[in-house]
Design a protein. Structure first.
Length: 424
């Protein structure tokens, strides 16, 4: 089978590496890919949201399945594009159609969905420029800190958590009136702050049945001790120690089942991943957000722990036979540490030459923001590489990741030295 993976980050390298281990795979293509995917697959230099270019790639390379990594092509309707095209309609796409992708594409839609299907989440209301004054009044009913979320996709930057009521009112106006996050913040969801500890649970569904994948916890802040600006993720750990069998049972009964059932009740044929961002509040799970794809860098600790053929599960999704499929999990702990460019998540330079990657032997190196230039690996993004290791404990796995990082160098390289600090 020939498979096309859309995307260019660490998540897509993780998919590529995992799928490359399947005996059913003939050729793997990644669009646009990175320096890591280039070592195990063929990169195609197209934009994943250019659907006509995706179509040409699929037809020219006899692609028999498309795996969508990032959210943008899903929210833009790549799955719908395939179904509407006579040449593509029989090629399975792993990822929801546009109606299902609204779970991530619109915070307002997802909160309404949770309320409708009695899925536990924070109290909220949505506001636009037209009812800004009502937004101020709703903020006054809440206790600090105040949570403001841009309704649409804002490249992971559309969530503000503010301690001051006056600052929250000011930022609300900036978002809805002055388009602080562009069109994404023309509607803003204000919600009650949930006090607890975060984790993520990943579900793969064929629209009827589902499989729950390993839990993970990521670290978003740039600074140690979870200080500083939010990033796309500085590291992750799987499994999460406090996600006990009892807690995960609550997640399944109160959140996973009602979510999959709710999609069916609403007539949404959802085939792909559901990323459920959770808060553990006094032992009870509440949903912070849905994403409609795997997380990054969580993918870099979840996929390595799946000890069986990932393509077998994808075929179950494509043919709605997921209930018949089984998979096994490596019981060891996986940790990943993200190497980022100096200045990230704000201004940073690209094109920095990387050395020492070939010296890493005890960890998996997942490329994210890398490319090849004159046969050298150079940086091409803010998050550059994820270094994943296994261990019997979190400490053991992290020690291996950090030892591996000592081999790797590029100008102004930065990384957090305290991933997992709150779990050990």
């Amino acid at each position: 089978m020939n498979i096309l993976i859309l995307g260019s980050g660490g998540r897509e390298h993780a998919f590529t590496l995992k799928l490359s281990q399947s005996e059913k795979i003939n050729q793997l293509f990644v669009a646009p890919g990175n320096a890591g995917t280039a070592q195990i697959a063929q990169n195609i230099a197209i934009n994943p949201t250019d659907f006509n270019a995706v179509k040409d790639t699929v037809l020219n390379n006899n692609i028999q399945m498309v795996v969508v990594g990032p959210e943008a092509p899903l929210v833009a309707g790549v799955h719908d594009f395939f179904l509407a095209d006579a040449d593509l309609k029989n090629i399975p796409v792993i990822g929801p159609k546009k109606d299902g992708a609204l779970l991530e594409g619109s915070k307002d839609f997802s909160k309404n969905f949770m309320e409708k299907h009695n899925i536990p989440t924070a109290r909220y209301q949505s506001f636009t420029q037209e009812n800004l004054i009502e937004g101020y009044a709703f903020l006054e009913t809440l206790k600090a800190p105040y949570v403001l979320k841009a309704d649409g996709l804002a490249a992971g930057k559309g969530v503000l958590i503010l301690d001051s009521l006056e600052e929250a009112k000011k930022e609300l106006k900036e978002m809805v009136s002055n388009q602080k996050f562009g069109e994404a913040s023309s509607t803003v969801v204000i919600e009650e702050f949930l006090d607890g500890i975060e984790l993520s649970v990943f579900v793969l569904t064929d629209g009827k049945n589902y499989k729950i994948l390993p839990s993970a916890k990521d670290y978003k802040r740039i600074g140690e001790g979870d200080k500083g600006l939010n990033t796309g993720g500085m590291g992750a750990i799987s499994p999460v120690p406090f996600a006990t069998e009892d807690f995960l049972q609550k997640v399944e009964e109160r959140i996973v089942k009602p979510t999959v059932d709710g999609l069916q009740k609403d007539g949404i044929d959802y085939r792909g991943f559901i990323f459920i961002g959770l808060m553990n509040v006094d032992g009870n799970p509440q949903v912070i957000e849905y994403n409609v794809r795997m997380g990054d860098p969580e993918t870099e600790v979840v996929l390595p722990r799946i000890a069986s053929d990932l393509l077998d599960l994808f075929e179950g999704v494509a043919h709605q036979t997921l209930a018949e499929k089984s998979f096994s999990i490596n019981p060891k702990t996986a940790t990943t540490v993200m190497l980022v460019s100096g200045g990230y998540p704000e201004g940073y330079e690209k094109g920095k030459v990387m050395t020492g990657v070939e010296k890493v032997t005890d960890s998996i190196v997942y490329h994210a923001g890398t490319t090849l230039k004159d046969d050298q690996i150079v940086t091409s993004g803010g998050r550059v590489m994820a270094i994943t290791s296994f261990g019997d404990t979190i400490e053991e796995a992290l020690k291996t990741s950090y030892t591996s990082i000592d081999h790797i160098h590029f100008d102004k390289m930065n990384y957090r030295k305290d991933i997992g600090f709150d779990l050990v």
